[in-house]
Design a protein around this ligand. Structure first.
Ligand code: NAP
Length: 270
């Protein structure tokens, strides 16, 4: 049986809000989106209502199937406090704000409010992210399906039931794009040390990461280890480099880095 198209409220329509909205407007699953953003300069689209203040937005809240919060974490509490009086305790609320816990929303809204805490990463802004969602115990199966439909516009979606894993998720995929940017920098620096001009080394490093990532995407049924083995001829140049990269030191550095990010995430949400 087909479910009727969803009516969504979107609070905050910046980079991530607009990335989601683009996908929603192309999806038959979404019927109408009411947006609250004081400054959003969006071309008016069919099926959207743009509001710039809580009073106008609140007129639409009663009709919503889900409220999506996409403002910066620093102003989340202030925005939620303003919305609080207009939100009924059964309305599912989906937040994509980094580090904002399920409890922090329950303190502001109702104790029994269905909350979905999601962690996308920056490539989500171009539909190439990965998002992990953690639902509160009140979230129904239908609401989970709706949340997945809404976030799939940012890239693939995965679920965790244990919220404490969200710090590990943040440490891997949330912060991970920056680790890859740093990898490009270190590759380029290595290239200059064997004689390449700086600009050329950076161009080669950057495109190598882009190309390898694209291969991972198109060959998604082949493991990273097999992709690596496929380009490593015995006695060749790649093997010579990998003997050094795979001596355990790099793994230890990644282990320490991911642990540090996880710990920082925990400290920030305590
Ligand atoms: N960007 C990413 O890749 C990424 C990755 C993971 C998670 N996230 C999460 O996604 C959320 C949004 O990030 P973003 O990068 O999209 O931020 P953004 O571009 O700054 O978007 C936030 C939007 O909210 C608007 N806003 C400010 N005050 C508001 C209010 N009182 N009511 C309604 N809207 C208001 C902002 O308007 P003004 O610009 O006029 O202030 C802006 O348009 C954040 O919580 C962040 O943690 C983002």
């Amino acid at each position: 049986m087909n479910t009727p198209p969803l009516t969504i409220g979107l609070v905050g329509c910046g980079k991530m809000g607009q990335a989601m909205l683009r996908g929603w407007l192309e999806s038959a699953a979404i019927g109408h989106v009411t947006i609250l953003d004081p400054m959003a300069a969006l071309p008016l689209q069919q099926n959207t209502t743009l509001t710039d203040n809580i009073h106008s937005f609140s007129q639409h809240i009663g009709a919503l199937d889900m409220l999506v919060l996409a403002v910066k974490p620093q102003i989340m509490e202030e925005v939620c406090s303003e919305l609080q009086d207009h939100i009924q305790s059964h309305l599912p609320i989906l937040s994509i704000a980094a580090g904002r816990t399920i409890d922090s929303f329950k303190h502001i809204f109702a104790d029994t409010q269905p909350i979905l805490r999601a962690m996308p990463n920056t490539p989500a802004a171009i539909g190439k992210g990965i998002t992990v969602i953690c639902p509160s115990s009140e979230v129904t199966q239908d609401q989970k399906t709706h949340a997945a439909q809404l976030l799939q516009t940012l890239g693939p979606v995965q679920w965790v039931e244990d919220e404490s894993l969200m710090d590990a998720v943040t440490a891997l995929s949330g912060s991970g794009p920056a680790y890859v940017f740093y990898l490009i920098e270190t590759l380029a620096a290595g290239g200059t040390k064997v004689g390449l001009p700086e600009e050329m080394a950076m161009a080669l490093a950057r495109q190598t990461v882009i190309g390898a990532a694209a291969l991972c995407e198109t060959e998604s049924d082949i493991s990273a280890a097999t992709l690596r083995e496929n380009v490593t001829s015995p006695g060749g140049t790649t093997e010579a480099a990998l003997k050094i990269l795979m001596n355990g030191k790099l793994q230890k550095i990644y282990d320490d880095a991911i642990l540090a990010a996880q710990k920082r995430g925990k400290d920030l949400s305590d």
